[in-house]
Design a protein around this ligand. Structure first.
Ligand code: T5A
Ligand code: NA
Length: 213
């Protein structure tokens, strides 16, 4: 017959973890791995500091501007919403997206400042839910030893410990916890298998869902 064959969809893979857990390092490695395994892949990150909303976020993070806690929370969320339709289009046309931080960072960091977790989750509802969340697990102390924290706003051990607690509350069955204290190569290998399985599952028809349901 001449039924149109739907293109296999791409997977939405989110990488989360404390500051300096190795997310950006591993996202870059994962992208090369997927590409070389024949899967069209793009690497995205949040905050996306390129957009006008992203520039406001960037100024805030580097302490060049001050913003009310709820205001910055909503800007981080808006920064994801402004990329939502492109995200859906990419996935549906077969591109796998590796996303360096997503709504979980949004909720964990703002909750650690004292905002209510349900309030923090509300503006994220309706964004695309990741097919897999790779959580790079490391203690705040170990993370702080890596090149030292810089001057960005949230880079303090006591604050990062609170963030870790909220990340733990957000875990669900889509999460894979990876020991991020091992060597870069060990971490890389562990992520590869998890993600490859998920990419194949998505190509075979796993449907997209929405946060937070
Ligand atoms: N935020 C973010 C919110 O509050 N709300 C939100 O909605 C979002 C999306 C900026 C801040 O914004 C907050 C969270 C953040 O505080 P960012 O721009 O992602 O977020 O932060 P960056 O500074 O770019 O990245 P991180 O600090 O999170 O670092 P990474 O990406 O986790 O770590 P990486 O790969 O840069 O590695 C750090 C160092 O460790 C080494 C690397 O070489 C590097 O020097 N390293 C290792 N060393 C030993 N062993 C390993 N296995 C190693 N892996 C990496
Ligand atoms: Na990073």
């Amino acid at each position: 017959s001449s039924e149109p064959t739907a293109k296999p969809r791409g997977a939405l893979i989110v990488v989360e973890g404390l500051d300096r857990s190795g997310k950006s390092t591993q996202c870059a490695k994962l992208r090369s791995f997927l590409e070389s395994s024949g899967h069209p892949t793009e690497l995205w990150r949040f905050p996306d500091r390129e957009t006008s909303v992203g520039q406001m976020i960037s100024a805030y993070l580097s302490n060049k501007s001050q913003l009310d806690d709820r205001t910055i929370h909503l800007l981080f969320s808006a920064n994801r919403w402004e990329k939502r339709s492109l995200m859906e289009e990419k996935l549906k046309t077969g591109t796998t997206l590796i996303v360096d931080r997503y709504s979980y960072s949004g909720v964990a960091f703002s909750s650690a400042k004292g905002l209510g977790m349900e309030w923090c989750k509300a503006p994220e509802v309706g964004l695309l839910a990741p097919d897999s969340v790779v959580y790079l697990d490391i203690s705040p102390e170990r993370a702080a030893e890596r090149g030292g924290y810089g001057d960005e706003r949230y880079e303090r051990v006591d604050f990062q410990r609170k963030v870790a607690g909220f990340y733990q509350t957000l875990r669900d069955s889509s999460w894979k916890i990876i020991d991020a204290g091992e060597s870069m190569e060990e971490v890389e290998k562990k992520i590869q298998q998890v993600v490859l399985d998920k990419v194949q599952e998505c190509a075979h028809g796993k449907s997209l869902s929405l946060l937070w349901s």
